[in-house]
Design a protein around this ligand. Structure first.
Ligand SMILES: [Zn+2]
Length: 96
């Protein structure tokens, strides 16, 4: 995907860490603390370009249709939402 091109969909996952970091939410432009509950969004699953955002801001963007998740996008293409893209962060620890 070319730089500056708007992604068709975003990978979204819940985040929250104990790092003493602050991030700027790309939706509202306000700061958010790493320790607060928030979400990570990555354009088309590109985790190297992930951004930290307020969960409420992402929910609002999804509600108005400006942020599609992979499932949203697949559904819009008439595809089944079941097949999951393998993302690095989806790796689970070998506990089973
Ligand atoms: Zn925000």
């Amino acid at each position: 995907m070319a730089v500056g091109e708007s992604p068709r969909w975003w990978a979204v996952r819940r985040a929250g860490s104990s790092k003493p970091a602050t991030y700027r939410c790309p939706f509202c432009g306000r700061l958010l603390h790493a320790m607060s509950e928030h979400v990570l969004i990555a354009p088309e699953g590109d985790s190297s370009r992930r951004r930290h955002a307020h969960a409420a801001c992402v929910a609002r963007a999804r509600a108005v249709g400006t942020l599609l998740t992979l499932d949203d996008w697949r559904a819009a293409q008439g595809l089944s939402p079941r097949r999951r893209l393998r993302l690095p962060w989806r790796r689970r620890p070998a506990t089973e």
